[in-house]
Design a protein around this ligand. Structure first.
Ligand SMILES: NC(=O)c1ccc[n+]([C@@H]2O[C@H](COP(=O)([O-])OP(=O)(O)OC[C@H]3O[C@@H](n4cnc5c(N)ncnc54)[C@H](OP(=O)(O)O)[C@@H]3O)[C@@H](O)[C@H]2O)c1
Length: 340
């Protein structure tokens, strides 16, 4: 296992993050407590230290299982990420949302479930489109000053909101968001339009969720095996199936699992990217951990890019038009260094 720096911070996290949304058997799927413990053992034994959870996962069971585990292991070894925003109550209007009151309440509840007195990385989970972003950053900065949180991060939020937040935080001397969690995979590339360029600009690490498309990109549904994805899901439609077939064909060429190809594609995009990979069985994690030994060559990357291509739309595709390049660069487009 190699370690990456999380965003502009000095924090060292394993190049794969373990997603724990499936810790607990609520809603009829997931790993039970014992299996979850073994999954964490397997991850830690392979050098993994980066765990991703949220207050809402399995209605708090995911955090409780992690809390029980880390309180019997070396808590300080793990870089523990959790999230606040999503509802802990249907009768209290402030027990959900991005507001400061919910942030403080949710963090206190998470600390109890996690049996720890600090969270390493606190994400805003999903943007509510009403709370001022300065309220969020000031709240996270206060939690950091109180020693309850080490780093701030954000998930599922428009790029302009994150950009405004990080710019304000820089001006105010508050902690900035170091990581951006978004759905990103060969099946879901639209973050390439605005979110990923924004993350690169601010030196944030992108932490893709559902990097295996919830399991679709493992190819198991093509083989007639079952999992939690429903047949009507767009992760199993014609487009997704064609992309998965391209993944499987490269995996066959390399003699590896399709999951290795799908995960490694996210890790070879040329920007800081740490996929959050879920597993409900120990064997799935054991398989996914082998990803770190795989390298995709340029031809394989191009084949995958072609099969999964999306339109950037305006302004991304407009900037690529020859006339626009000529007008903007006066004929020097190919001679001028570009920012990566
Ligand atoms: N910020 C957000 O809004 C957000 C949203 C969703 C998830 N997340 C985070 O991202 C993590 C990953 O999300 P995810 O679980 O949807 O994504 P994923 O990694 O794309 O899919 C994981 C699922 O794929 C299947 N799987 C994994 N490895 C496999 C293998 N080697 N062979 C066959 N099947 C395999 C399992 O499904 P089966 O159980 O069906 O076998 C597993 O639960 C979550 O745990 C959570 O921490 C965040």
């Amino acid at each position: 296992m190699n370690y990456k720096l999380l965003g502009r911070s000095g924090l060292k996290v394993s190049e794969l993050c373990l997603g724990t949304m499936g810790f607990g058997t609520e809603s009829g799927w997931g790993a039970d407590r014992e299996t979850s413990f073994t999954i964490m053992d397997t991850f830690a034994n392979a050098g993994g230290n980066f765990l991703d959870t949220a207050n809402i996962y399995k209605l708090g069971t995911s955090e409780k299982i992690i809390g029980e585990y880390i309180s019997n292991h070396d808590r300080d070894y793990f870089v523990l990420a959790t999230k606040y925003t999503l509802k802990d109550s249907l009768t209290n209007p402030n027990a959900s949302g991005n507001n400061r009151k919910n942030m403080m309440r949710s963090v206190e509840d998470s600390l109890k479930r996690l049996k720890t007195d600090f969270i390493d990385l606190l994400y805003l989970h999903i943007w509510d489109d009403i709370t001022p972003i300065d309220e969020v950053l000031r709240g996270m900065d206060d939690l950091i000053r109180q020693g309850k949180v080490n780093y701030a991060a954000i998930s599922d939020t428009p790029a302009w909101v994150v950009a405004k937040g990080n710019t304000l935080a820089e001006l105010m001397g508050w902690s900035q968001f170091v990581a951006l969690q978004v759905e990103y995979s060969l099946l879901a590339r639209t973050p390439e339009r605005e979110l990923i360029p924004m993350a690169k600009h601010f030196g944030m690490t992108v932490t893709p969720w559902a990097p295996l498309g919830g399991g679709a990109l493992t190819g198991k549904y093509l083989r007639g095996e079952h999992g939690r994805i429903k047949p009507e899901s767009n992760r199993l439609n014609d487009r997704s199936t064609n992309i998965t077939k391209a993944v499987v064909s490269i995996a066959d060429e390399l003699g590896v699992s399709a999951s290795h190809v799908a995960l490694k594609w996210t890790m070879q995009q040329g920007f800081s990217c740490i996929p959050i990979v879920g597993a409900t069985k120990v064997s799935q994690l054991e398989d996914n951990l082998k990803t770190i030994d795989v390298t995709l060559n340029d031809e394989q990357l191009q084949k995958l890019n072609k099969a999964s291509a999306i339109e950037l739309g305006f302004p991304g595709d407009f900037f690529k038009e020859e006339a626009v390049k000529t007008n903007t660069f006066g004929g020097f487009y190919d001679k001028v260094e570009k920012r990566i």
